[in-house]
Design a protein around this ligand. Structure first.
Ligand code: PLP
Length: 421
């Protein structure tokens, strides 16, 4: 057992964990800013903001107090039919103002996968409402990650996550990640009249942090527009400031038809996701008498919406979107020289506070446990990160990380990886 772990004795089944091999676990008990404390009293720097969500940092009283006050007043009620609550209404309007283009109509979910599932269903339902029921196909990109629900698992481009279930959403097609002509070729082959939507992350996150080549997003947006295909931009990781704007779409001048947010929307203080539907695409339902028979028990959860409003205030008041740019600018220099040290093949960075430390492909093939060992070694050097299926380590700090904390994170990664040699 590593020095930073305690014995696994509970019935808790961990996501993405080989439970037959799970002997120990790291129990986290407290957190503040970017610092975590474990049950055995050790402190760690969190290099990933949890699962990309903790933009504001841990222990923010302003967010906890807002959620607490709402929990006591009215923690939740249905928003089906004509039921409403004040925080959810206010948050929908706030998001419509923050998102580029617009105006937007906002469907709330409990997280990102719910949002992707909602968007896929919405795209099909939209075309049916317009008398085009044959538009059912959903296109997406290899290496993308869109969550774990049935449609999301299928349209995500990470083979390890899709295998073992059989076809989950037969009317779908994966295309090459960064090749706009591959999208056009798929449309030509399948026929635009059969395609409901193209779903993409502006910057691929869990698929290994891949920034789009210059002009790629603008070109695929144009191809979608010319072919009447709904352009669904999944900003579950990139939204709410990670790319220096409320939505990365803004940086690329995109005008999506549907825009997804979650994670940083509440900084993870309570679970919440949102599907923004552009007014032009919402029209059949807002003006034409169609009903979207879809929603979740916790859609528009009042306390989660209150946490989101306080979180957006916090990000704004502390200038954390500017900090995302600062972090993005520092990451290449912090990890400079790591590529080519033997264990690391390359470090992918770009204009967002996220990076992937890609391990050497040959070493990964030779030692299937290398990636897990790397995560452990970095942890033993005081930094929490996590493995990507592509063989890389995730770096996506909370936007409040100071320059000194970033340097400490990079030093921990460097030290941990060096110990593997
Ligand atoms: N979409 C993207 C781009 C994501 O990165 C994720 C999660 O990492 C999801 C969707 C799924 O979100 P959730 O895990 O909240 O269901």
């Amino acid at each position: 057992m590593s020095s930073s772990a305690t014995l696994h004795t509970s019935s808790h089944w961990h996501p993405f964990q080989d439970m037959s091999a799970a002997r120990d676990q790291l129990v986290l008990t407290d957190a503040d800013g970017v610092w975590m404390t474990s049950s055995d009293g050790r402190r760690f720097l969190d290099a990933t903001a949890g699962l990309w969500f903790c933009h504001a940092g841990y222990g923010r009283r302003e967010i906890a107090d807002a959620a607490h006050a709402q929990l006591l007043r009215l923690h939740a009620y249905s928003t089906f039919g004509d039921y409403a609550n004040e925080p959810a209404d206010e948050l929908a309007d706030r998001l419509s103002d923050l998102a580029p283009g617009g105006p937007w109509k906002v469907l709330f979910t409990s997280g990102g996968s719910d949002g992707v599932e909602t968007a896929v269903k919405y795209a099909r339902r939209y075309w049916q409402a317009l008398g085009r029921p044959e538009r059912t196909m959903v296109l997406s990109r290899r290496d993308s990650y869109h969550g774990m629900h049935t449609a999301a698992t299928q349209i995500s481009g990470i083979p390890a996550n899709r295998s073992g279930y059989g076809p989950l959403l037969p009317d779908s097609r994966l295309i090459a990640r960064d090749d706009a002509q591959a999208l056009q070729a798929a449309i030509d082959e399948l026929g635009a009249e059969r395609i409901a939507a193209f779903v993409c992350e502006p910057i691929v996150g869990a698929g290994g942090v891949h920034f789009p080549p210059s002009g790629y997003l603008e070109t695929v947006a144009d191809i979608c527009r010319r072919n009447d295909i709904l352009f669904v931009v999944d900003e579950v990781t990139t939204g709410m400031g990670r790319a220096g704007a409320w939505f990365a779409s803004e940086n690329y001048g995109l005008e999506p038809d549907l825009l997804l947010a979650a994670k940083g929307l509440t900084s993870g203080y309570l679970p919440l996701g949102a599907v923004l539907v552009h007014q032009r695409v919402a029209a059949p339902f807002w003006e034409g008498g169609e009903v979207f028979r879809h929603g979740y028990t916790y859609s528009g959860h009042a306390a989660a919406a209150a946490a989101a409003l306080a979180n957006l205030d916090y990000l704004n008041e502390h200038g954390l979107l500017r900090d995302a740019d600062r972090i993005a600018a520092r990451l290449p220099e912090l990890f400079d020289g790591l590529g080519g040290d033997g264990v690391v093949q390359s470090v992918r960075t770009g204009p967002a506070a996220m990076a992937c430390v890609q391990l050497n492909a040959w070493l990964l093939r030779k030692d299937p446990l290398l990636l897990q060992r790397a995560v452990r070694a970095v942890r033993d050097a005081g930094v929490l990160t996590r493995p990507f299926a592509c063989g890389g380590l995730q770096i996506s700090p909370a936007l409040c990380a100071t320059d000194t904390e970033l340097e400490q994170m990079a030093e921990g990664v460097r030290k941990g990886l060096a110990s593997l040699l």
